[in-house]
Write a protein that binds this ligand. Structure first.
Ligand code: ADP
Length: 165
């Protein structure tokens, strides 16, 4: 089965990486899809976010298609409706992560909407308790004021954020 794990990944965190590791062990193929949403202001550009994902996975010992043909993980970017990408690539499921009840409210609505407009199904994967407190937005806020973000993001991301702020 082919699944797509979409997100802003601004930037990728250890929570995202945990989900990627877990789903890539369960499904034949995984596409990590970086959203190019013009309405959402991001700290990292689309290419920076893609690069950070590539380097972070390498740092975490996760192989991607670019590194080796044996990998079942691809990293792609997309503008426009997620469901259009899902149909174009013939993905079986959209994967989203759930950290807490407030995530559920949003994700459940999105899952229902995507199902309604396209028939595409979403699987919600619960975050590992070790990572439920991690969000890209918190990481950026802490980094902006010089706080310590080690243990929240891969080392390469921590270095890149320091350069940004
Ligand atoms: P978006 O802007 O689309 O929500 P994010 O990059 O913030 O993109 O998140 C992508 C997906 O990863 C979402 O389903 C989100 O709930 C999930 N996610 C974010 N942080 C974590 C975490 N710490 N553990 C597990 N899942 C997470």
């Amino acid at each position: 089965m082919l699944v797509v794990y979409p997100g802003s990944f601004d930037p990728i965190t250890l929570g995202h990486i945990d989900i990627i590791k877990r789903i890539s062990n369960k499904f034949d193929q995984v596409i990590i899809l970086v959203a190019n949403n013009e309405n959402k202001k991001t700290v990292f550009s689309l290419d920076e976010r893609l690069n950070l994902i590539k380097q972070s996975l390498k740092e975490s010992g996760v192989r991607t298609k670019k590194n080796t043909e044996k990998s079942n993980i691809r990293i792609e970017k997309h503008s426009g409706l997620l469901v259009d990408f899902v149909k174009q690539e013939d993905c079986d499921f959209i994967i989203r992560g759930l950290r807490r009840a407030s995530d559920f409210d949003i994700e459940y609505d999105m899952a229902r909407l995507n199902k309604h407009i396209s028939g595409v199904e979403t699987l919600l994967v619960s975050a590992d308790p070790k990572f439920t407190h991690i969000a890209s937005s918190y990481v950026k806020e802490i980094a902006k004021y010089g706080g310590d973000i080690s243990g929240l993001v891969p080392e390469i991301v921590a270095q890149s954020i320091k350069q940004k702020f």
